[in-house]
Design a protein around this ligand. Structure first.
Ligand code: SF4
Length: 99
């Protein structure tokens, strides 16, 4: 196999992977935009002491491992609250730094 043919096949493989990932990211962003904001009355939110404004600027939902769309600017999805979005500047006791 020639080098140019190998390069072409590698590029095609990378493109085949990149397209579905970009589609998933776009779909996740659209889905998050349609979800309601997490209510402070949510029992799980209360149990985890969730707040829309973090008391610690170094510990924000946007920097949490469980904030599943790091591109979401104001409100985004959290793995703990699948039916809602949380404030990017929020916080709860499950906060864990994104690596
Ligand atoms: Fe925010 Fe808590 Fe969800 Fe982390 S686990 S994103 S701190 S609500």
């Amino acid at each position: 196999m020639t080098k140019s043919r190998r390069s072409f096949l590698c590029a095609m493989g990378a493109g085949a992977i990149a397209l579905p990932l970009s589609t998933l990211t776009r779909d996740a962003a659209l889905l998050a935009a349609e979800l309601p904001k997490l209510s402070l009355d949510n029992p799980t939110a209360k149990a985890l002491q969730y707040v829309h404004e973090s008391p610690d600027a170094a510990k924000l939902c946007s920097g949490c491992l469980l904030y599943t769309d790091s591109a979401a600017a104001d409100w985004g999805p959290c793995a703990i609250f699948p039916g809602s979005v949380v404030a990017a500047g929020g916080w709860c006791v499950s906060w864990s730094a994104r690596a």
